[in-house]
Design a protein around this ligand. Structure first.
Ligand code: ATP
Ligand code: MG
Length: 367
């Protein structure tokens, strides 16, 4: 008998042989990084058809840590026994004890060498456990599920199936840079790109000390999802440019353009870093219509100021949906901490800036 964690993955299984090998290897490396960073001892990880199997005694700790590894769809702390029906019965009896009254057995033969069909195993094992432990079989409303997966001559037995985030292993989609503030939205944007396999690095413009402190805590939380990639960050003092620009705009009575100038600056700095460091795209936490400056017109105008692709993964979500994700990630509590209002935001931001006007104002203030 061997203690292990059965790791299931989703979309990787749908890929061509070559891609699957590469993605599997990336997932394996990220899982190792996760186990090592969480000081979890394991003896080996088997890469099997549709499953990765981590051999460890620290099953509870390992399954908590591995939940944050993208690419995994579910996990089961399990025991491995030889695919021998008597041995399976004994072990299932032990695992089913004190788990509740109503149960069902769910069997899957991933490889088919075991002679009984899955239905037969469900029936025979269900009857055996029912009698031995005085249980009740209920296929739809059950307290626990006795799971069995047959694979390469072994049976993996488990009573827990922990659903995880899915997504793709970090590293299979290349690297991007995310503009992250201390707010709710941009940490979610960074997380969503990580979830789809990107190595995400961060750029933060320091505007207030409080905002920066929140940002550093957010970065730490994001790192707990970024196994396989050490997050690098670029912190820039935003005050000199913003206060100078604010003053110039106010002098010309164009204060309401401030948010556009601010975001344009962020994008241009990020673009420069993309070109120097090889990032494929810039990510922001902008949303459609959430704040006065985030109109579609403004976002289109901002896009026209850089050549690099700008991705906005939370663009279409409602605020409560973004908050829901931030809570799951663990950044919400930090983002919602009070901090001074941005000192540069005008009372009435421009909502429909045109490229021509922007150009004229730039000529006006930078002459
Ligand atoms: P967030 O919740 O991410 O702060 P928001 O809805 O408050 O977003 P804005 O404050 O207008 O919107 O910022 C829009 C986007 O600009 C942010 O999502 C983020 O990507 C970027 N951004 C804003 N402030 C900063 C900052 N100080 N440093 C880096 N990026 C920033
Ligand atoms: Mg903000």
């Amino acid at each position: 008998m061997d203690d292990c964690i059965l790791v299931r993955y989703g979309e990787i299984a749908l890929k061509s042989d070559q891609t699957r090998k590469w993605w599997n290897k990336t997932l394996l490396e990220n899982m190792k990084d996760c186990l090592e960073k969480n000081n979890i001892t394991y003896s080996s990880i088997d890469v099997k058809l549709g499953r990765l199997i981590v051999y460890t005694k620290e099953k509870k700790e390992a399954s908590i840590a591995l939940r944050n590894v993208f690419g995994i769809t579910s996990l089961s702390p399990a025991v491995r026994v030889e695919a021998d029906f008597e041995k399976i019965k004994d072990k299932c009896l032990e695992l089913s004890n004190n788990k509740g009254k109503k149960f069902r057995v769910s069997t899957r033969r991933i490889t088919k060498e075991f002679p009984m069909t899955s239905d037969k195993v469900n029936g025979a094992l269900g009857a055996f456990l029912k009698e031995k432990l005085d249980l009740e079989v209920n296929l739809t409303n059950f307290d626990f599920e006795m799971g069995i997966e047959f694979l390469d001559g072994y049976a993996y037995l488990f009573t827990e199936r922990i659903k995880t985030f899915g997504g793709l292993p970090i590293g299979v989609q290349g690297k991007v840079i995310c503009l992250v503030s201390s707010g709710i939205d941009s940490p979610v944007a960074a997380w969503l790109l990580m979830k789809r396999g990107c190595q995400v690095d961060l750029m933060h413009f320091k505007v207030t000390e409080e905002g920066y402190k929140k940002y550093t805590k957010i970065k730490e939380i994001l790192q707990k999802f970024s196994y396989g990639h050490e997050i690098k960050d670029y912190v820039i003092d935003g005050v000199p440019y913003l206060s100078n620009t604010k003053q110039k705009l106010c002098e010309k009575g164009k204060d309401k353009w401030m948010c556009i100038f601010c975001k344009k600056r962020f994008l241009q700095e990020a673009e420069r870093t993309c070109n120097e460091e090889g990032y494929l795209a810039i990510i922001t936490g902008e949303n459609l219509g959430q704040v006065a400056s985030q109109t579609l017109k403004n976002l289109v105008l901002l896009d026209s100021t850089v050549k690099v692709t700008v991705l906005r993964p939370v663009l279409t979500y409602d605020k409560n949906e973004i908050v829901g994700m931030a809570r799951i990630i663990g950044t919400y509590e930090i983002s919602k901490e009070k901090e001074p209002k941005c000192p540069f935001t005008p009372n009435y931001p421009m909502t429909s800036g045109s490229a021509e006007e922007l150009h004229n104002i730039e000529m006006m203030i930078w002459d």
